[in-house]
Design a binder for this molecule. Structure first.
Ligand code: SF4
Ligand code: SF4
Length: 434
């Protein structure tokens, strides 16, 4: 009974903290501009099934994709055993599913143990890969420091949790009067424990059980602070992803409205703005100027670097890295969220995404080729953020590289990007060079 009480209290605290963090992430995401995305629902479900559930973009790099799928499938299915642990903890029972499943129970747990072993194998492969810095995208400067520690921590935690699961089953299987037969994988550990007394085996089993249960709750609460939260966010992020051809740019509503007013001869150019209307803003200077979907993108980034490894600007040594764009957006959004927690809504720290996190040089290095959006395994669109930050530079701050400014002036004065007036544009037919 005491054990039950402690378990329920631990569960309540663990879930309470988790829900609190999720609420903050949700609040942060919806600091972004409203954007309505609810069209072509059938296509969205199909895309989510293919890209998020089926991991179709992960297997483009087959080896990493294979091991990632092992971890993913193992992680999802082993949660069935975790469900049993939770129910045992709440009800004070032991292996609550065993009486219902009979002989199939041993088969099911054996299957989960095989999965646990495969997850451990994949974690070791990824740990070695990270330590060896292979491929290069995993050892670049952007993923040094906390990003590296985070990746190593999560792999280590998974290894420890899987080991606790196997040890728990092995200790029980090694007991002379075990209620269940030794399982498929942990059965191989049983002989090593067979010399121990029953109370010692019981202590090992209980310790591993509690360690596993507490570890899962700790893991649950660590996830939303880690890039590994993509386990959950990949699904909505893919569902809401852009279905139009990648090269299609959206008309900026504010720009469209302005142009429509300019083209409408009946419109009053000096009309006062409607009372209470939001001031029109072109582009994005800070995270709150981006849409909620762009902010969801930032929280969904796995920091895998596939986008940067495909980016022609990044490959040729330019400052731009689409992965950094996403990491910076998330870091800035977290900072804005912390400011709200401390000082309330409306407080300004005088910083912004553009300038303090992302520089103009990075933005103008982008060729808008969309290789990053194509490569991203969770359909993130770094280019849309780059374009909105550029719009801020051009439309709000009148800042653009010299070559673009010349082109803009030509479009304004000559109706074309060339430095010729419309009247002179055909002069080349007469042999003229001007
Ligand atoms: S669209 Fe820009 S950021 Fe993305 S891959 Fe191309 S150059 Fe790089
Ligand atoms: S944007 Fe996509 S491809 Fe790039 S690091 Fe994030 S998850 Fe990986």
């Amino acid at each position: 009974m005491v054990e039950q009480f402690i378990f329920i209290a631990m569960l309540a605290v663990g879930i309470g903290l988790f829900v609190g963090r999720i609420r903050k992430i949700r609040r942060n995401i919806f600091l972004g501009r409203p954007q309505t995305i609810n069209d072509r629902k059938a296509e969205r479900w199909k895309t989510m099934a293919r890209v998020a559930l089926g991991q179709s973009k992960m297997v483009v790099r087959p080896l990493a994709g294979f091991f990632h799928i092992l971890i993913y499938v193992g992680f999802v299915l082993i949660n069935i055993e975790v469900l049993e642990i939770l129910l045992d903890g709440i009800t004070g029972s032991h292996r609550i599913f065993a009486p219902f499943l009979g002989g199939f129970y041993v088969v099911a747990i054996g299957f989960f143990e095989v999965l646990a072993l495969l997850v451990m194998l994949a974690c070791i492969v990824f740990l070695v890969r990270r330590l060896a810095g292979i491929p290069a995208r995993l050892s670049s400067n952007q993923v040094k420091g906390w990003a590296h520690t985070d990746a190593m921590l999560i792999l280590g935690i998974e290894l420890v949790l899987m080991s606790a699961l196997l040890l728990m089953n092995a200790a029980e299987g090694a007991m002379p009067n075990a209620s269940v037969a030794p399982f498929l994988v942990s059965g191989f550990i049983c002989p090593w424990l067979s010399g121990l007394s029953e109370p010692t085996l019981h202590l090992i089993e209980r310790t591993a059980w509690w360690f596993h249960a507490a570890g899962i709750l700790a893991f649950l609460n660590y996830l939303p602070f880690s890039k590994h939260f993509h386990i959950a966010l990949a699904f909505p992020n893919v569902w809401y992803s852009k279905l139009e051809p990648k090269g299609k740019f959206f008309n900026h509503e504010a720009v469209k409205k302005e142009v429509e007013l300019m083209m409408n001869p009946a419109a009053d150019p000096y009309a006062a703005p409607t009372e209470g209307a939001e001031p029109i803003k072109f582009g994005a200077k800070d995270v709150v100027d981006l849409s909620w979907k762009q902010l969801l993108d930032a929280y969904s980034c796995t920091e895998c670097g596939r986008c940067s490894s495909e980016c022609p600007a990044h490959q040729t040594g330019k400052l731009l890295s689409p992965r950094k764009i996403m990491m910076d957006t998330r870091d800035r959004l977290e900072e804005v969220g912390r400011n709200i927690d401390t000082h309330g809504v409306g407080h300004s720290d005088g910083k912004s995404l553009l300038g303090d996190f992302i520089t103009e040089e990075e933005l103008w290095a982008c060729t808008t080729c969309n290789a990053c959006t194509q490569a991203c395994p969770v359909n993130i669109d770094p280019l849309s953020i780059i374009m909105d930050l550029r719009r801020e530079l051009v439309l709000e701050q009148s800042k653009a590289p010299g070559s673009l400014t010349a082109m803009f002036n030509n479009v304004e004065n000559n109706g074309a990007p060339w430095p010729f007036s419309p009247a002179d544009r055909g002069n080349w037919r007469n042999g003229s060079t001007t």
